[in-house]
Design a protein around this ligand. Structure first.
Ligand code: PLP
Length: 405
């Protein structure tokens, strides 16, 4: 029999958030072991249910949601997205510029597939949300990472971005608020990125899926609101701000000067048509979500559940010798650094593996986010404060054994 091998297109594609360490955790769970999971931003799994209004509307709409829709999606939720763009100052967006998808993920892959020829380059943050690197590679492109600077609140290093632009660079990805660092970018920095994109005719891919998950009264600026010329694709959805990852409801908005991008837009439309449409129940949830009470505010306000968990995880991690953390301003994650002089980690996947085996705590190693050195990990602060206290205590105990090695 001929061996069935994976396509060579997958040679450089990697998605470690659901990689081998998770497989090991699953196996341990099957054996009856209890694991504290700090590895994935699946909000509803931590008892943070979606707003009841969304759930009730989904149930009510379900009998009428069995059909396909237009490939870009139903009119009413797309109109709700148009209004959301107006609120955020993203100009010149009509219903036709809005694509609904099975989560933002599907649209991100679609946008890159439609854009890239073999050898085209896309600038991506390091650390990144690894779907982008994987999707660029799958599309035949070359991911080129620009550094985000930990000593400067994890902001993108503008000089590094400039240095990495070549004649092959087609786009720049900006994840703001950021996964995995929890950074929130200020407007002047975003304006600098817009200026670079303008100068070099790059498309901006703006991931804003955490744009309402903001702590300490911070305000989010959409990069798409800062120009009416630079072609910008903004990704967002219900997964995070509305705690409904499983409803797979996301959107993509095309803004900026589209006159020079008609061929690309034709490509986007074709890929949207090929997958027929996004799931209809998820589409129907979008209008309710955007128009309803924004209950995420209660969770991120001082004393709110997410704010308390962020504060606790930050405080406990910062007290561990050789661990430093930038306090997240947004999202659900932090990306602590392990001082290599104290923790001489050579292989951080092995580190995550050992932490899991010895302490039953699941994290994702920093290199899984295309961070080069094995000296970081990502922690998701979704577990309640008791579980977080227990988990960070176990991490501390594990690190103490590491120091003695
Ligand atoms: N973008 C970022 C930055 C994310 O962190 C995630 C999920 O963790 C996604 C996109 C995926 O979103 P969706 O559930 O809408 O596919």
């Amino acid at each position: 029999m001929r061996t069935v091998t994976k396509s060579s297109k997958l040679a450089n594609v990697c998605y470690d958030i659901r990689g081998p360490v998770l497989d090991k955790a699953r196996q341990m769970e099957e054996e009856g072991q209890k694991i504290i999971k700090l590895n994935i931003g699946n909000i509803a799994a931590f008892g943070l249910q979606p707003p009841d209004e969304i759930v009730q509307d989904m149930i009510r709409n379900l009998p009428d949601a069995a059909g396909y829709t237009d490939s870009k999606g139903l009119f009413a939720p797309r109109k709700a997205v148009v209004h959301y763009c107006q609120e955020k100052g993203i100009q010149g967006v009509g219903v036709d510029d809005v694509y609904l998808g099975n989560g933002a993920s599907e649209l991100i892959v679609m946008a890159l597939n439609a854009l890239l020829d073999n050898g085209d380059e896309v600038l991506l943050p390091a650390p990144d949300y690894p779907l982008y690197t994987a999707a660029v590679a799958l599309s035949g492109g070359n991911p080129v990472h620009y550094v985000c600077d930990e000593s400067s609140d994890w902001f993108p290093d503008i000089a590094d971005i400039r240095a990495k632009i070549t004649p092959h660079t087609k786009a720049i990805v900006v994840i703001n608020p950021n996964n995995p660092t929890g950074a929130l970018y200020p407007e002047p920095l975003l304006r600098e990125i817009v200026e670079i994109a303008r100068q070099h005719q790059l498309i901006i891919l703006a991931d804003e899926i955490y744009d309402k998950t903001l702590y300490d009264g911070h305000v989010h600026t959409s990069i798409g609101a800062l120009s009416d010329d630079v072609l910008t694709l903004t990704f967002n959805g219900l997964s995070k701000n509305y705690r409904s990852c499983g409803y797979r409801a996301g959107w993509m908005v095309v803004s900026g000067d589209k006159r020079h991008a008609l061929d690309y837009i034709t490509g986007l439309n074709m890929l949207a048509s090929m997958r027929l449409c996004a799931n209809t129940p998820g589409q129907l949830a979008i209008q309710t979500a955007l128009g309803g009470y924004q209950s995420i505010k209660d969770l991120v306000a001082p004393g709110g559940r997410l704010a308390r968990q962020r504060d606790l995880a930050y405080e406990l991690l910062s007290q561990i010798p050789g661990v430093s953390v930038v306090k997240p301003k947004a999202a659900l994650y932090m990306f602590p650094r392990l001082d290599p002089k104290i923790y001489p980690i050579e292989d951080d996947q092995q580190f995550a593996y050992e932490l899991l085996a010895e302490e039953k705590v699941l994290i994702v190693q920093g290199t899984g986010f295309n961070w080069q050195a094995p000296d970081h990990f990502r922690l998701v602060f979704l577990p309640n404060t008791d579980d977080l206290r227990e988990a960070v205590g176990r991490i501390e105990r594990f690190l103490a054994t590491y120091r003695k090695r």
